[in-house]
Design a protein around this ligand. Structure first.
Ligand code: LRH
Ligand code: MN
Length: 433
C-alpha cells in the first residue's frame, strides 16, 4: 500500500514553538482584562476544547456552481481519501472528530473497514444524509418531479427505501442520526397541490421514522427554494416543526443557515425551536444572497454570534431536550477545502466562546428594565472581544496547531496529495456542483 503523507505531531509541535510566545503574551493580556470582568480565561479554554462540529464528507472536494467547477490539486478520489483529509483537519484544529456522510456519494463497500479507517484517525461518523435530489445511473424511477412527495407511489417507495438503506449503512458505521433534505417542489403555479404534497411527505416520512433505531434521531432540513424555484414542500421552519411534531419524539428540525430568505432572523428561529424542544442542530455556513454555502462566519459573523448567544443561553439555563448536533455544510469553489473547513470550525468555536463571555446578569437586567442600548452593548462587548489566543491555546493543549492554516501550508500537504492523487480520476460528485 503506497505510503500516504500525513502531518506528524512533531512537525505541529515545531510550528507551535515558533509562535507560542506571542500567543501566550496575548493570552496573558486578555486573561487580565477578563479577570476585571470576573471571567476566568482558563475556563474558556476548557469550554473551547469541549466544542465539537462535524465536517461534511462532500466538503473536502472542490465545489462548483452550475456554471463551472475548478478542481484543485490532490482532490480526494474516494471516501478513504476524503477521510484522510478530514483526519488532517481534526489533527490541526482538534474540534472536528465527526464526519457526516452522504449516500450514495460515500456508499462504503465495507462499512466495518471504513469505520476502522476512520477510528484510526480519531474520527467517527455523525449524521447520515440521503440523496433523492439526483438520479443515480442504476435508478429505476426518476426524481425529476419529486421524491418523498412524488404523485406516483412507486417513486415515493423508491425514495423511502433509499432512506432506510442510509439508516442501515449508518448503523454499521456507528452513526446516531439521519438527515432528510428533499428538493421537492414546483417551478410554476399549479404544478403541485400544496396540501396533497405535504400529506405525501408525512406519509413517506412516517415509514422512514419507523425505521429509525430507538437511540437515533431523525433530522428534517427545511429550505426556502432551489432546486425548485416557485414552491418547496419543506420550505421553512414552521412546516418542519409541524412535521417533527406529527412524526414523534425522535424527529427534530435542522437549521441550515443558507436555507432562509435574506434578512430572516435565524437566531429567533433557533430560540423558537429550542423552546419547542425540537432543535436538531445545524448545517453551518454563510451566504449573502441564496444558498451560497460560503464559509461559516465569513459574511455575517455577528449573526453567527447571535445564534450561539441563543445556544449558550439555553445550555446555561439547562433547557429540556437541548442537545443540538453541529455540522458544517459548505461548498468550497475558490479556496483549498481543508483550509476553509479549518477556518470555519475555528469561527464556530470563536462564536461559542464569545457567547460564553456575555454578562447574562447584565443582559437580563437591561432586558427586564427595557434598556435596549445596554442590552445591545452587553452583547457587543462579548462579540468585540478578540478570543483568538484562547482558541489557539485550546487547540495546542489538545495536541493541535496554534495556527492551523500556517502549519498546513508549511507541511505542503496539498503538494504531497497532488503527488499521491494524480488528478486523472476525481470522485463522483466529490463536492456539490
Ligand atoms: C441542500 C443541502 C443539504 C445537503 C446538500 C448537500 O442545499 O444543504 O443539506 O444534502 O446541501
Ligand atoms: Mn444542508
Amino acid at each position: 500500500m503506497a505510503k500516504h503523507f500525513e502531518i506528524d505531531d512533531g512537525f505541529i509541535a515545531e510550528q507551535n514553538e515558533q509562535v507560542r510566545g506571542f500567543v501566550e503574551e496575548d493570552y496573558e493580556a486578555l486573561a487580565k482584562k477578563l479577570r476585571r470582568q470576573g471571567v476566568d480565561a482558563a475556563d474558556l479554554i476548557t469550554r473551547a476544547q469541549s466544542f465539537r462540529v462535524a465536517v461534511p464528507s462532500w466538503g473536502v472536494g472542490t465545489g462548483g456552481t452550475r456554471f463551472a467547477r475548478f478542481p484543485g490539486e490532490g482532490e480526494p478520489r474516494d471516501i478513504y481519501e476524503k477521510l484522510e483529509d478530514c483526519g488532517t483537519i481534526f489533527k490541526l484544529v482538534r474540534s472536528t472528530p465527526g464526519v457526516s456522510l452522504h449516500i450514495p456519494w460515500d456508499k462504503p463497500e465495507d462499512a466495518g473497514e471504513l469505520r476502522e479507517f476512520a477510528r484510526a484517525r480519531g474520527l467517527h461518523f455523525d449524521a447520515m444524509n440521503s440523496n433523492t435530489f439526483q438520479d443515480q445511473p442504476d435508478q429505476k424511477l426518476s426524481y425529476k418531479f419529486g421524491s418523498l412527495t412524488h404523485p406516483e407511489r412507486g417513486v415515493r417507495e423508491q425514495a423511502i427505501e433509499h432512506n432506510i438503506e442510509c439508516i442501515e449503512i449508518g448503523e454499521r458505521l456507528g452513526s446516531k442520526a439521519h438527515t432528510v433534505w428533499i428538493g421537492d417542489g414546483g417551478n410554476f403555479p399549479g404544478q403541485q397541490h400544496f396540501r396533497r404534497a405535504l400529506e405525501r411527505y408525512l406519509e413517506s416520512m412516517r415509514e422512514i421514522y419507523d425505521a429509525i433505531p430507538e437511540d437515533w434521531r431523525l433530522f428534517i432540513e427545511h429550505k426556502f427554494y432551489e432546486p425548485a424555484f416557485y414552491s418547496t414542500v419543506i420550505n421553512d421552519w414552521g412546516v418542519s416543526y409541524y412535521a417533527a411534531r406529527e412524526l414523534g419524539d425522535k424527529a427534530f428540525c435542522l437549521v441550515d443557515l443558507g436555507h432562509h430568505a435574506p434578512n430572516v432572523n435565524i437566531e429567533m428561529i433557533v430560540a423558537r425551536l429550542i423552546q419547542f424542544g425540537k432543535l436538531a442542530g445545524f448545517h453551518f455556513n454563510d451566504s449573502k444572497y441564496g444558498d451560497d454555502d460560503l464559509d461559516a462566519g465569513s459574511i455575517k459573523p455577528f449573526q453567527l454570534f447571535l445564534i450561539f448567544n441563543e445556544l449558550v443561553d439555553a445550555e446555561l439555563n439547562r433547557v429540556p431536550k437541548f442537545d443540538p448536533a453541529y455540522m458544517l455544510d459548505q461548498s468550497h469553489n475558490v479556496t483549498d477545502p481543508i483550509e476553509s473547513l479549518m477556518m470555519s470550525a475555528t469561527e464556530l468555536v470563536r462564536a461559542f466562546v464569545q457567547a460564553h463571555l456575555v454578562d447574562r446578569a447584565a443582559l437580563t437586567e437591561a432586558q427586564e428594565k427595557c434598556d435596549p442600548l445596554i442590552a445591545l452593548a452587553t452583547l457587543k462587548e462579548a462579540f468585540n472581544t478578540d478570543v483568538s489566543s484562547i482558541l489557539a491555546l485550546a487547540r495546542e493543549r489538545a495536541g493541535g496547531a496554534i495556527d492551523p492554516i500556517a502549519t498546513y501550508r508549511a507541511s505542503s500537504y496539498r503538494f504531497h496529495k497532488a503527488e499521491e492523487r494524480p488528478s486523472g480520476r476525481v470522485a463522483v460528485a466529490s463536492g456539490i456542483v
